[in-house]
Design a binder for this molecule. Structure first.
Ligand SMILES: [Fe+2]
Length: 396
């Protein structure tokens, strides 16, 4: 049976004209036991629409792993590596992840204490909150009224040694109900977004590129970013901006010699734009928190220098400047009208194109509120693909 694709219900805040090709609910499939034909259709739909939702899904961790692996059969390990002990304990990601013992590629994430869960006798979970990561935080008084923030806009990726996963699957096992919150940007714009409690918010990397003015499109198509070695350890002492879209430049990052042992060859230098394998569209895919340097190629021969930024290319190593350039390009795409905050129901399964969207945890739970999700992504077997020569010619 052919699968049925239905547009996702958009909140009133969203600009529907920007979501025509974003997000579909998939009906008529059991995602735990899809047929090979259905898998093919799901795969194509994922790259076309970037985020797929299955309602009332019933998937074991093993089935979720198999579904995730379908998108990259040669991949094997969790996106950050299966072994998260030892040196990486210092990473800011460490407290957020609990591995399902029988399927180590699947992580249990959420809030509160979960008992007797797929081989875990007891797991204490903590929903990440902006209060421990941002430089400033919402006042206790406002927090009590339900004001919150984006935690950290990101791509699921180690960004050191391993390739960014192609997709991530998120399965809502226990989804607490609660009042809507207000996600405030606190960046002087007055922007805010009403969000369901504990939403996962998504923005399209394709839209992030599409809405850029011409000179920034040219910059993006010619640019690569160099990530820090062990970026999550490097950034651990630093504080994020109030929008969750990068780090405040206060010089708090660890010095390179303070990091666990690292090798130059394992550092990731990735294009800013990643090419969609099905549509050919370019997606602006930068995890702003982990970036250290910006490398811009000169304009190609024949391109107009009129108004061009860095027409002769540049290698920006000043961290503050790097971040300012990236922020200017990424901030427009997290405007409230461009954000899809998913309203989780129990047994929702979401697959998202991790090489095509940015996402973030939002909101805050009381310590005893139980939320349990299964998350799976796999370090890809192949590197990301940047713009082609034709793309550079078209956009530079
Ligand atoms: Fe994530």
């Amino acid at each position: 049976m052919a699968i049925e694709l239905v547009p996702l219900p958009l909140p009133a805040s969203a600009d529907p004209s920007k979501f025509g090709d974003f997000g579909r609910e998939v009906r008529g499939v059991d995602p735990g036991n899809p047929t090979p034909e259905q898998l093919k259709e799901i795969e194509e739909a994922l790259y076309k629409y970037d985020t797929l939702l299955f309602r009332d899904a019933d998937v074991t961790p093993e089935q979720q792993y198999r579904l995730t692996k379908h998108f990259d059969p040669a991949s094997e390990n969790y996106g950050h590596g299966n072994n998260k002990t030892g040196e990486t304990k210092k990473s800011i990601l460490h407290p957020d992840l609990k591995t399902i013992p029988s399927v180590p590629q699947v992580q249990l994430i959420g809030n509160g204490t979960v008992y007797d869960h797929w081989g875990l006798a007891e797991a204490k979970l903590k929903h990440p909150s902006h209060t421990t990561f941002h430089k400033t935080k919402v006042s206790d008084e406002d927090a009590d009224k339900g004001v919150t923030r984006y935690y950290r806009w990101h791509i699921d990726a180690a960004l050191y040694d391993l390739n960014p996963p192609k997709v991530t699957t998120l399965y809502g096992v226990t989804v607490p109900e609660g009042p809507t919150q207000v996600c405030r940007y606190d960046d002087g714009t007055g922007d805010e977004l009403p969000v369901p409690l504990g939403t996962t918010a998504f923005v399209s990397g394709r839209t992030m590129f599409d809405i850029l003015p011409k000179e920034y499109k040219s910059l993006a198509v010619r640019s690569k970013v160099k990530y820090a070695p062990h970026p999550y350890v490097w950034m651990a002492p630093a504080n994020a901006m109030s929008t969750g879209l990068g780090i405040e430049s206060e010089g708090l990052e660890l010095a390179l010699e303070e990091l666990p042992a690292w090798e130059e060859e394992k550092i990731k230098v990735l294009p800013i734009l990643w090419k969609n394998p099905v549509t050919g569209a370019l997606h602006f895919q930068v995890h702003p928190c982990g970036v250290q340097e910006l490398i811009v190629d000169p304009l190609p021969a024949g391109a107009s220098r009129d108004g061009a930024l860095y027409p002769d290319g540049v290698h920006v190593k000043d961290l503050k400047e790097v971040r300012e350039i990236l922020y200017k390009m990424q901030r427009p795409a997290i405007a409230p009208a461009l954000v899809y905050p998913h309203d989780w129901r129990p047994n929702d399964l979401v697959i998202f194109h991790n090489r095509g969207v940015l996402h973030t945890v939002v909101g805050a739970f009381k310590p005893d509120t139980v939320r349990a999700f299964h998350q799976c992504n796999l370090a890809a077997s192949v590197p990301v693909v940047g713009p082609s020569d034709e793309d550079v010619k078209q956009w530079a």
